[in-house]
Design a protein around this ligand. Structure first.
Ligand code: F0G
Length: 497
């Protein structure tokens, strides 16, 4: 039996695939007209699988630039036995991700009428690129390196693109990001540009961008594009580590609730898988409940679960009802641009996570999200709008009596406050910075390695042309990834990272 493999999540299929294969969906199901997602599965009979979570504890203190020290330094790879899909530790791509904080948010708890000591905020904005995405990217880049990919791409509302761009630059792969014109907060756009990703501004929203990049990665294999969105099951393996760190910070005591914002529904899916595996291995004795909070203007999971009665149903959920719902539903709109998503690709896995974790789904409108964002800023380290949906949702569940005062609640703050300064400035001053930016006079950028975004219509051939031909050799990567052919830094030597 292989130590790790990929497996279709559909209960009537269960097809398996090798760990070094690249699939964006189960091929056997696609042949039957179904788009089933894949999981990474492990043979847990390995001798290195820990008998107790405390076995991970000593690694927190290890520091080192090389070898195992470098892996222990990572808040993802110090739990590597829980995600051992790689064969060779040298393939692991790590930039020191996942060294994040669980804050006992006593001041905020007081404001929300909770007992101090019962509300915790997990600050994933403290990752190197400023969001939780680094947890997933480190795993997906490791897989990309394992299979020899050198061009990676994603569609993004901003954070995935920032994280991809940073990892691509540091691992000398070419990063290509698809973002919807005007749909991304400036902090995130500035990161993708600064890290040198080829940044395609597509006329359309996130859902349109994701459709295109999936199409290109799946149907145009000759372009050699490795997809980094969360349909890539390796991404979600890394994101399980957010839950391991929460447990670690709580001295391995399982909280009562995990509350997380939901957009493309990858994070909540990863959490469900993390807890199912820990329980299966006997490493925890209870599973916390899950609350997924969506923005009211981007709430397909909320409506499908609470109004249309869609449930996991052992994997046989009502796909026709969901397709009909999507046909009727318009585009997503919310101030929380990170979660402005109308067709979440991990819908099935999110239903499964709700089932594993006895979960609930709630929504918060934009005004409410901004109020709770301001409270997290006032009584904590701050977060971007989407992240504050978790706190808004937790408070709502307390008022409903579903979360009780004696319960311990962990809200996941997914992105840093500096990601979307416009939202913060507008809340406190009333100035609409986006409108100011749109009308400001423009000049041509003159910086030596200025990396201008490329506007592209939502058209397959135009996008393929903008992406350009695959790089022929590693020496081509001497150019700053995504930089124009006359990149003035191209003469600089490239050393191994
Ligand atoms: N919070 C933030 C700050 C995000 O950037 C995202 C997703 C989410 C929450 C939702 O997480 O998709 O796993 O349910 N951002 C993606 C992106 C879509 O492109 O950056 P999810």
């Amino acid at each position: 039996m292989d130590p790790a493999y990929q497996q279709c999540i559909h209960p009537d299929c269960g097809a398996t695939y090798g760990i070094e294969e690249v699939h964006l969906a189960c091929s056997a199901c696609v042949a039957q007209g179904r788009q089933s997602l894949l999981d990474i599965k492990y043979n847990w009979d390995r001798p290195d699988v820990p008998k107790s979570l405390k076995a991970f504890e000593h690694r927190w203190m290890t520091k080192g630039e090389q070898g195992q020290g470098k892996l222990d330094f990572s808040g993802v790879w110090r739990f590597r036995e829980m995600m051992k899909f790689y064969n060779d530790e040298n393939d692991i791509v790590t930039i020191g991700e996942g060294r994040t904080n669980l804050q006992d948010a006593r001041l905020l708890a007081g404001r929300l009428g909770m007992k101090p000591g019962n509300l915790f905020l997990q600050y994933e904005g403290l990752n190197p690129s400023g969001s939780f995405k680094d947890n997933g990217m480190t795993a997906a880049f490791t897989h990309a390196k394992m299979i020899g990919a050198n061009r990676v791409a994603c569609a993004s509302t901003g954070n995935t693109s920032a994280s991809l761009a940073m990892f691509a630059s540091l691992s000398q792969m070419t990063g290509i990001v698809f973002i919807g014109t005007g749909k991304i907060a400036y902090g995130k756009l500035s990161q993708a540009l600064d890290y040198g990703a080829k940044t395609l501004q597509i006329t359309g929203d996130f859902d349109a961008c994701l459709r295109r990049v999936r199409e290109i990665a799946r149907d145009r294999r000759e372009l050699g594009i490795y997809l980094m969105n969360s349909v890539n099951p390796f991404r979600l393996e890394g994101q399980k580590a957010i839950m391991y760190r929460v447990l670690e910070a709580m001295e391995w005591e399982v909280p009562d609730w995990i509350v997380v914002p939901g957009g493309n529904l990858g994070n909540c899916s990863a959490f469900g898988k993390a807890f199912a595996e820990l329980k299966e291995l006997g490493l925890i004795n209870k599973i916390p409940r899950l609350a997924i909070i969506q923005a009211q203007g981007a709430n397909p999971l909320f409506e499908l679960v609470n109004q249309h009665g869609i449930h996991w149903n052992d994997g046989r959920w009502d796909t026709d009802a969901v397709q009909n719902y999507y046909k009727e539903k318009g585009d997503a709109h919310t101030i929380a641009s990170a979660i402005e998503i109308g067709r979440p690709v991990n819908f099935a896995k999110a239903l499964r996570a709700l089932s594993i974790m006895d979960g609930v789904v709630r929504e918060a409108d934009d005004e409410t999200i901004l109020e709770y964002k301001a409270m997290v800023g006032r009584y904590g380290f701050g977060c971007e709008p989407a992240s504050a949906a978790s706190v808004a949702g937790a408070h709502q569940l307390i008022r409903e009596g579903i979360i009780t005062p004696d319960q311990r609640v962990v809200c996941i703050l997914t992105g840093h406050v500096l990601k979307d300064p416009d939202a913060t400035v507008k809340y406190h001053t009333g100035i609409n910075m986006k409108a100011v930016q749109d009308t400001a006079p423009r000049t041509e950028p003159t910086g030596m390695i200025a990396n201008r975004p490329i506007p592209v219509p939502d058209d397959l051939e135009a996008i393929i042309q903008a992406i350009g031909a695959p790089v022929e050799s590693v020496s081509d990567l001497g150019k700053h990834p995504g930089a124009p052919d006359n990149d003035p830094l191209s003469h600089l030597p490239v050393s191994e990272y």
